[in-house]
Write a protein that binds this ligand. Structure first.
Ligand SMILES: C[S@@+](CC[C@H](N)C(=O)[O-])C[C@H]1O[C@@H](n2cnc3c(N)ncnc32)[C@H](O)[C@@H]1O
Ligand code: SF4
Length: 341
């Protein structure tokens, strides 16, 4: 599966806090309220050292600061963490995903200047222009992200523009691409397979739909806010049925890319999808599929906290969720939504 000797990439969560409220993000109920069933936690410098101090990870080439519930840039220990990591692994790429709206332009410039000679990259998630970014990236004004990104670029930073296409921004892709060149971004990537369909409540009784770029007719508005209970097991059972009918093969993205995911409280999983379900979205067969595990890298160090991962692969020997396959793995096929995790 994935071992310390073969591991190439780590997706890690620096915090579960965020200043934004993207409605289809795992942290939010319809963009209206933040879920209350995940821990509010920042990665401390001491915990970071506990995770990595005894690790060798000879093939490691990239650490991706992304996560499930938070905005990495708002972790206040970020400089200590990065200094330590560049000191330990000077050639490993430290790669950030951010909504870009937090902090000041001065902070972004100092961030770029501090690491301008190091392998560091920032992917700004900007899903619109002046009139559209805030429709999905609620709480992130376009002008503020662009001011921060330009300042990072002026300081010598390597910035990429990541764009999720929805119905409300599909007409702006070309213009965004043009501006990405004008502003000095090194790369523009459109993600056409984002999670692009859901309702956003603006108060208890009203809101709007986020719609995919295709022609699916818009459903009637929802009129009563109820906390979102995502019954993931049922969702996965439906996926399993489609998967069997399409005769598709499971292709574990984590195994192919030799990646692991570490949550802000230090737990190791193969990917963010498995990682955010066991604790928050409890309607899963995680425990039945893999049993009791010791996966806390703060306590055991990352190498020891990875040993349980072989149980994920063992679960695939069962050919259905009912007989013991880890439910989250069912959607993991070539070209699936999971590939971006
Ligand atoms: C929880 S966010 C953490 C990083 C950061 N806060 C951000 O938004 O870039 C994890 C990833 O999910 C992506 N994401 C958010 N909403 C999405 C959606 N509807 N479809 C696909 N990816 C999405 C983000 O762009 C980010 O790369
Ligand atoms: S910016 Fe990232 S963490 Fe924050 S709500 Fe949006 S997707 Fe979630």
């Amino acid at each position: 599966m994935i071992t310390p000797q073969t591991l190439e990439q780590i997706n890690i969560e620096l915090t579960t806090r965020c200043q934004a409220a993207c409605p289809l993000c795992a942290r939010n109920d319809y963009g209206y309220k933040t879920r209350t069933d995940f821990p509010t936690v920042d990665m401390s410098f001491n915990n970071w050292v506990n995770i990595f101090n005894n690790a060798e990870l000879p093939k490691l080439k990239r650490i991706f600061f992304n996560g499930s519930y938070g905005e990495p840039i708002i972790n206040n220990n970020i400089f200590e963490i990065l200094d330590y990591t560049f000191n330990k692994w000077p050639n490993v790429l430290l790669d950030f995903s951010t909504n870009g709206g937090a902090r000041t332009k001065e902070w972004w410039k100092s961030f770029a200047l501090r690491y301008k000679d190091k392998p560091l990259k920032v992917r700004f998630s900007i899903d619109g222009l002046e009139d559209t970014n805030h429709i999905y990236r609620i709480g992130v004004p376009f002008n503020k992200v662009i001011e921060n990104a330009k300042s990072f670029i002026q300081g010598g930073g390597d910035a990429e523009w990541r764009w999720i296409t929805f119905r409300h921004n599909q007409h702006q892709v070309e213009e965004a691409q043009k501006r990405s060149i004008e502003y000095g971004f090194t790369f523009f990537k459109e993600n056409k397979a984002g999670n692009d369909f859901g309702f956003v409540f603006t108060n208890n009784t009203d809101g709007y739909w986020i719609m995919p770029a295709n022609n699916t007719p818009e459903p009637p508005k929802l009129t009563e806010y109820k906390p979102d209970v995502r019954d993931s097991l049922r969702t996965y059972q439906k996926q399993e049925l489609k998967w069997i009918m399409a005769n598709r093969e499971l292709e574990c993205i984590a195994k192919i890319n030799q990646t692991i995911y570490i949550s802000a409280d230090g737990k190791v999983y193969p990917c963010a999808w498995v990682g955010h379900y066991p604790d928050t979205y409890k309607y899963n067969n995680f425990k039945q599929a893999v049993g009791d595990i010791e996966n806390n890298a703060i306590k055991f160090g990352v190498e020891e906290a990875m040993t349980w991962l072989s149980k994920v692969e063992d679960s695939w020997k069962c050919k259905s969720i009912k007989s013991g396959m880890l439910a989250t793995c069912v959607g993991c096929t070539k070209g699936s939504f999971y590939q971006e995790c």
